[in-house]
Design a binder for this molecule. Structure first.
Ligand code: URA
Length: 253
């Protein structure tokens, strides 16, 4: 049975009534700036002037987390000072969900609410993500793990810079190695860059076959982008159905 766009949205529990209530003033979404391809240029958006009387400690390269188990990994991420994002975070946000998940969703980085609550995707975009999961009969704490390309909030909710994603990548790599998901869904361009080093437009990556260390990867729109671009929710739903199809076709070990 082929669903109409409207039916797909209803199926996702979204309906035509979803609207972004406020526009985050400094957010630069990968999809929005995707035009000619390539990650958006690095931006420094200092929220506060530097406190010259109390200089921040020097940044410290992340210790290799390749062999850490979850508790140590959480400690390392919480104390990480490998990039400048540590300077304004309230806390690092490791991830949430089932550590034996079949599905791993990777977003961009914590926003303001995630920075306060210490959990990924708890704001408006998170509600949409939860609805997308529910449409697949999934929940964030059952068979699903949700992580981000960077664990600390980029100031002003800007897109993380390539160097910040590189500094954080070992943590995400370790999460993937520990979880061993059957499918990875990358939400937006930043996640695609962080995991696949792909720097194409989202439109070019959708529907393509990717893999990370043998695990199939599907690239789709970031929920924040979908809140601003309602018609593309139907495309995201198609991507999720494709991901489910791939997962179902994966032999169970
Ligand atoms: N956007 C993201 O990419 N991640 C979050 O955790 C929240 C919003």
């Amino acid at each position: 049975m082929r669903l109409s766009r409207e039916q797909m949205l209803v199926e996702m529990g979204l309906g035509p009534i979803w609207r972004e209530r406020t526009q985050a003033p400094l957010r630069v979404s990968g999809e929005i700036s995707a035009g000619a391809g390539g990650l958006p240029p690095p931006q420094q958006v200092p929220e506060n002037p530097p406190d010259l009387a109390n200089p921040v400690p020097a940044l410290v390269a992340a210790a290799d987390p390749a062999h850490l188990e979850w508790p140590e990994l959480a400690q390392h991420v919480g104390a990480c000072r490998a990039c400048g994002l540590c300077q304004q975070r309230k806390q690092a946000v490791l991830g949430v969900g089932d550590r034996q998940a079949d599905w791993l969703f990777v977003g961009e980085g914590p926003g303001a609410e995630e920075d306060v609550q210490g959990e990924p995707f708890v704001g408006q975009a998170g509600k949409l993500l939860d609805n997308m999961l529910a449409a697949l009969d999934l929940k964030r704490d059952h068979k699903v793990y949700i992580a981000n390309a960077v664990k600390c909030r980029p100031p002003g909710n800007r897109t993380p810079e390539a160097a910040e994603m590189a500094a954080c990548r070992p943590y995400l790599a370790r999460q993937i190695a520990l979880i061993q998901p059957k499918i990875i869904v990358l939400l937006g361009k930043a996640a695609a860059y962080a995991v696949l080093h792909e720097d194409k437009t989202l439109a070019a990556m959708r529907g393509q076959h990717f893999a990370y260390q043998g695990i199939p990867v599907v690239v789709t729109y970031h929920p924040s982008y979908l809140l601003r671009n309602l018609p593309d929710k139907a495309k995201a739903w198609e991507d999720l159905l494709r991901a489910r199809q791939i997962l179902r076709a994966t032999p169970t070990s």
